[in-house]
Design a binder for this molecule. Structure first.
Ligand SMILES: Cc1cc2nc3c(=O)[nH]c(=O)nc-3n(C[C@H](O)[C@H](O)[C@H](O)COP(=O)(O)OP(=O)(O)OC[C@H]3O[C@@H](n4cnc5c(N)ncnc54)[C@H](O)[C@@H]3O)c2cc1C
Length: 416
C-alpha cells in the first residue's frame, strides 16, 4: 500500500511538495482554505532569482531602513499599533544583519538556489507548462554613482557564488530596454535571475497535474491539530470536521507558525506584506524584469501589460490592505520608465503575505518533536524561486532518503 501524506497549503511550496511526493509513490491530499495559488503565490513578481544570495536585510541596507521607516511612502513600513507584536522578530532581523551571520546565511541561500531552476523545469515539464518559464536575465539599474558604489559588497558576494553581472552603460541599457529612463549611471544584467510569466498560473497548472495524477486538493481550513505521543493524529477542519493523518507537511505560508505551535514548535515568522499593481495600455514596452537599486521592487512584463511589485509592510496577517502602497508602486515604475501612463483606476491591485523569517532562510525540516510531521515554509521574498526545491527536499525526507545537501541551516529549531 502507498504511504499517504496530507499537505496543508496549496501555494507554490505545498503544490511542489505534492508533485514530488507523488513521484516518490505517495498518495497525497492537499488542504487549503483558498483555491491553489491564491495566497502569496498569486501575485509575486515572478522572479526565479537564484543569484539572490544576500539576506533581505544586510549591512548595506540596514543604514537605509530608519529613513524608509520614517517615510510613510517608503518601501518598508511597520504599522505602529502592531510594533509590540513584531518587536521580537524585528530585533532578530537586526541580529541577522551582522556580517558573520550574513556570511552564513548567504552560503545557505546559495546552496538552496543551486538546483532551483532544474527543479522548476522538472515540475513545469511534468505539467506541460514549460511555456511559463522565460529565460531573460533581469536588469538592475543604478541611477547614480553613489548607488552603484553602495552596491559593491552585494555585487562582490554575488560574484563569489559565480553570479557575474554583465555591466552596461546608459546607452547600452536603453538599447536593451528602449523605454528606460536616461537617468542611469550603470546597469547590471544578472545571470541567475529568470522569470515565471504568471506565477498564479504556474501553481494552478501544477495543481491540475497533481489532481490528474490522482491526488486530492480540498478547500477547507485546518483549525486545530491533535497530537498523541510523538505523532500528529488528527486534523480539525472548519467544514469537514475531523480527519486522521498518517504523515503531515505544513506548507501554510504566513500562517505556518500558528500550526507549528499546535505541533509543539515555536518559530519566529511575520507576514512581510507586499503589493502589486498590474497595468494595461502602459505606453511602454518591456522585455524582462527590471529593478532599481535605490529601493526593493521590480517591474516585469505581465500578459499584455506590466506588473510592478514590491513593498514590505509589517502589520500582521489580519490587518486590511493599505491600497496606497499598491499605488506607490506606480512611482517606482515611473522612476524606471518615465513614459509610463498615469493611473486611471483600471489597474488591478493586490496584497500578498510573504512568509518571512528574521534570518531570510526558509524552514525545510522534519519536526524535532513528532515523527510524522515535516515543515516547508518561511521563504519570504524567495518562495517562487525556492518552492520547487523545497518540495523536492520535503519529498526526500518523507520518503526516508537523505537529501543531497546540508539542511541544518533550515531546521525549525535553529536559533534565529
Ligand atoms: C509583492 C511580492 C513579490 C514577490 N516576488 C517574488 C519573486 O519575484 N520571486 C520569488 O521567489 N518570490 C517572490 N515573492 C515571495 C513569494 O510569493 C512567496 O515566498 C511564496 O509565494 C510563498 O509560497 P507559500 O506556498 O509558502 O505560501 P502561500 O502561497 O501563501 O501558500 C500558503 C497557503 O496556505 C494556506 N493556509 C494557511 N493556513 C491554513 C490553514 N490553517 N488551513 C488551510 N490552509 C491554510 C493559505 O490559504 C495559502 O494558500 C513575492 C511576494 C510578494 C508579496
Amino acid at each position: 500500500m502507498n504511504q499517504h501524506v496530507t499537505i496543508i497549503g496549496a501555494g507554490i511550496v505545498g503544490i511542489s511538495a505534492a508533485m514530488f511526493a507523488q513521484s516518490r509513490g505517495f498518495s497525497v491530499r492537499v488542504i487549503d482554505k483558498v483555491p491553489p495559488g491564491e495566497g502569496a503565490s498569486f501575485g509575486n513578481a515572478g522572479g526565479i532569482v537564484v543569484s539572490s544570495v544576500m539576506p533581505t536585510v544586510h549591512p548595506g541596507i540596514l543604514m537605509k531602513i530608519p529613513g524608509w521607516l520614517l517615510d510613510p511612502k517608503g518601501p518598508i513600513t511597520v504599522r505602529w499599533s502592531y510594533l509590540p507584536k513584531a518587536l521580537p522578530w524585528l530585533l532578530a532581523l537586526g541580529r541577522n544583519a551582522m556580517p558573520d551571520r550574513v556570511r552564513k546565511i548567504s552560503k545557505a541561500r546559495a546552496a538552496l538556489g543551486l538546483r532551483a531552476l532544474d527543479d522548476h523545469r522538472t515540475l513545469l515539464k511534468h505539467a506541460g507548462a514549460q511555456d511559463l518559464l522565460a529565460m531573460d536575465d533581469g536588469l538592475m539599474i543604478y541611477g547614480t554613482k553613489a548607488q552603484y558604489d553602495g552596491g559593491a559588497t552585494w555585487r562582490r558576494v554575488h560574484a563569489e557564488y559565480g553570479y557575474k553581472g554583465a555591466e552596461l552603460n546608459a546607452d547600452e541599457a536603453r538599447e536593451v530596454e528602449p523605454d528606460l529612463t536616461p537617468d542611469i549611471y550603470r546597469a547590471v544584467f544578472w545571470d541567475g535571475w529568470h522569470r515565471i510569466r504568471d506565477p498564479h498560473m504556474m501553481v494552478v497548472r501544477l495543481a491540475e497535474q497533481v489532481v490528474r495524477d490522482g491526488s486530492e486538493i480540498v478547500q477547507d481550513e485546518v483549525t486545530r491539530i491533535e497530537v498523541d505521543g510523538n505523532r500528529a493524529t488528527k486534523l480539525h477542519l472548519k467544514q469537514a470536521g475531523e480527519e486522521k493523518v498518517e504523515n503531515l507537511c505544513v506548507c501554510a505560508g504566513a500562517w505556518s507558525h500558528e500550526l507549528a505551535r499546535m505541533l509543539g514548535s515555536k518559530v519566529l515568522l511575520e507576514a512581510e506584506r507586499g503589493y502589486h499593481l498590474i497595468m494595461q495600455n502602459t505606453g511602454i514596452k518591456l522585455g524582462r524584469a527590471v529593478t532599481h537599486a535605490a529601493q526593493p521592487g521590480a517591474v516585469t512584463p505581465h500578459h499584455d501589460g506590466i506588473k510592478i511589485a514590491g513593498s514590505d509592510e509589517i502589520a500582521g496577517n489580519d490587518a486590511p490592505p493599505d491600497w496606497r502602497r499598491a499605488e506607490q508602486m506606480h512611482v517606482y515604475g515611473k522612476r524606471l520608465f518615465p513614459g509610463l501612463r498615469d493611473l486611471d483606476g483600471s489597474e488591478s491591485k493586490w496584497m500578498g503575505r510573504r512568509p518571512g523569517t528574521p534570518d531570510s532562510l526558509p524552514v525545510i525540516s522534519a519536526s524535532p518533536k513528532l515523527a510524522n510531521v515535516w515543515y516547508g515554509f518561511g521563504h519570504g521574498h524567495m518562495g517562487l524561486s525556492w518552492g520547487p526545491t523545497t518540495g523536492r527536499l520535503l519529498a526526500d525526507m518523507l520518503g526516508g532518503t537523505t537529501p543531497n545537501m546540508d539542511l541544518s541551516p533550515f531546521r525549525i529549531d535553529r536559533p534565529m
